[in-house]
Ligand binder design. Structure first.
Ligand code: PLP
Length: 366
């Protein structure tokens, strides 16, 4: 049956008009998958054993409060456990926060291009998304975002570092922006790629929560911890905001297996290997960005585990992102094109670096 067929029951027109979230492509031939910002390393030492042990209890619901994990995460932010909320991926918390704060007639603001889930976050609650274009340097245009705040704005999403373009928001810019945001407006600092940030001036969620009770910081085990398939992320901030988020969340959606995997990822032994792997991924990211810049491309500052090639031939970009992605696919490598904007390439396996540069060089040579 075609997914475009009319449903046999009455469905909301605004829902029918909205395309479902589209995941990056899945591989069809052997090669590198650099399209979803995944971690090329398998889970940290001890994690697979923890998963195996916990899966023996799969006939039981997990205890939803998960205090040990929440306390561990809270400790990293210097807050108490009630400041931490878990969900099946940080994307789930994005939905919860927008639903909790923004209803019909309200607005939520985000930069664009950014995380592809943002435009549909308000669909079910009836809130309208307002997209504010990035600057020419592919950074958040915080002046334009501040100017776009209206008395209907309920949520502002800041993605730092920005997926897909790479730059992080700096602490000073963030503070200037926050001075223009009403204190009763929720600001979400989406730090899905926080562990890869090397810019010492980048804003860090743990540094700003105390001064800004209207900020919720989002983190995830999907990227730096390599647990994307297990679906576990967390929000940190004011307990009453997080409790509102939980009220609109789907109960019991964090599995016990995900909980055990996350806990096992935080042991001292796992943390040592984690730090080494992050350093390695950052090395690969920087090498990829440098290699692409040597080819004349205007790759913006890369602070996540990915690099961005902008469109715009005359300004150090490529002509057509779909055509570049097709050239990659032809060579067996998946990357993520954003039509009209550019191409995002994840820092993956060590051997993928030369392959990326080879394909791009060939593409540029026409
Ligand atoms: C900026 C950003 N936020 C949130 C997410 C969601 O991550 P997850 O739901 O796997 O925690 C992603 C995933 O790609 C992302 O890029």
């Amino acid at each position: 049956m075609s997914e475009n067929a009319a449903p046999p029951v009455r469905i909301r027109a605004d829902v029918l008009a909205t395309p479902a979230y589209r995941q990056g492509a899945t591989p069809t031939k052997p090669g590198f998958k650099l399209s979803s910002n995944e971690n090329p390393f398998s889970p940290l030492p001890g994690v697979l054993e923890a998963i195996a042990r916990r899966s023996e209890e799969s006939n039981r619901y997990a205890a939803a409060a998960m205090p040990e994990l929440r306390a561990g995460l809270a400790g990293e932010f210097g807050v108490s456990l009630d400041h931490v909320h878990l969900a099946a991926g940080s994307v789930a918390i994005l939905y919860q926060l927008v639903h909790a704060a923004a209803g019909s007639g309200d607005e939520y603001l985000y930069a664009w291009p950014s995380f592809e889930a943002y435009p549909a976050l308000g669909l079910a609650s009836g809130a309208s998304g307002v997209a504010v274009p990035l600057t020419a340097g592919a950074e958040h245009d915080l002046d334009a975002m501040a100017a776009a705040i209206t008395d209907r704005t309920r949520v502002i999403l800041l993605c730092t570092p920005n997926n897909p373009t790479g730059p992080a928001i700096r602490r000073a810019e963030f503070e200037r922006f926050m001075a223009r945001v009403p204190s009763d407006t929720l600001v979400v600092l989406d730090e899905a790629y926080r562990e890869f940030v090397t810019d010492p001036e980048a804003v860090r969620g743990e540094d700003v929560l105390r001064d800004h009770p209207n900020v919720i910081v989002l983190r995830t085990f999907s990227k730096a911890y390599g647990l994307a398939a297990l679906r576990i992320g967390y929000g940190v901030g004011h307990p009453a905001i997080l409790s509102a988020a939980a009220s609109v969340g789907i109960p019991l959606s964090v599995t016990g297996i995900a909980e055990s995997a996350a806990l096992a990822s935080l042991t001292p032994e796992a943390r040592t290997v984690h730090a080494e792997r992050i350093a390695e991924i950052v090395r690969r990211r920087d090498a990829l960005a440098a290699g692409l810049r040597e080819l004349g491309l205007a790759v913006p500052e890369a602070q996540g585990n990915f690099v961005w090639i902008p469109e715009g031939g005359e300004r150090g970009g490529i002509g057509d992102s779909q055509a570049l992605a097709a050239a990659f696919a032809e060579a067996g490598t998946l990357v993520r094109p954003f039509a009209g904007h550019g191409v995002r390439i994840s820092a993956g396996e060590a051997e993928s670096l030369d392959e990326v540069l080879r394909v791009v060089r060939g593409f540029l040579a026409g």
